[in-house]
Write a protein that binds this ligand. Sequence first.
Ligand code: 13P
Length: 260
Amino acid sequence: MKKPKLVVANWKMHLNVHQASLLVNKLDKKVSLHRGVEVVIAPNYLDLQPISLEIDRRKFKLAAQDGYPIDEGSYTGAVSFAQLREMVNYAIIGHSERRRYFSESLELIRDKMAAAIRNDITPILCVGETKEEKQDKETKQVLHDQITTALSDLTSEDIESVVIAYEPVWAIGGHNPAKPKDIEQAVSWIRYQVGELYGKLAADSIRVLYGGSDEPEFVTGIMEVDGVDGLLVGHASLDAQQFADIIQAVYLVSLSDPKG
Ligand code: 13P
């Protein structure tokens, strides 16, 4: 059976505990439970604990936005996947903002992938090229390097739970998502890479999301792209109505998905 569509709200470094709680309450009223759509919220570390006590777990799952690859020790300021495992089902790993502002290397991201899996947390690996890399026609090489390194310590059993999000860096935070044709090419290349490493079954069954300017008016078109299984939503997920509209659009597409 095909896995459900996945919609992830990446709240990034927005919302204090009170604001996060208000947003969860609003979302709870606006979002209905759909069997074919899994909805995941990724608040900051501070908001995770109170929200974990408030949310209806049938409707919403939780994700961390990051995690430290070592399970325990003297690492001031860090939170490990081992500490997060009771609270979250998912973790975003290798987001371009972490690669850029926190200098995360391919190898660190590889270690985080293994740590998440070791702690029964489903990693959502973010990959994508910058504007310059796109202009220089390096997208395929960048995706290849990001994927092959990040997955290099994972077994074929581990890969069954991995999610990959294609997030072209140049499309993040704006109002212009990548064109459906470009998304289709990138997603098919991502699946090809997974296939090279783990075989056709893994390539076909791994969930691949798209992130970058996922606003309600665009998401039906994006979800109709062959091979796209869901969305990693940034700014539009901070608005209850917009995020509820996005979930509804994904649900409607899931109904007409022949593989659904
Ligand atoms: P936006 O939806 O704001 O473009 O952000 C995308 C993103 O970075 C999600 O992880």
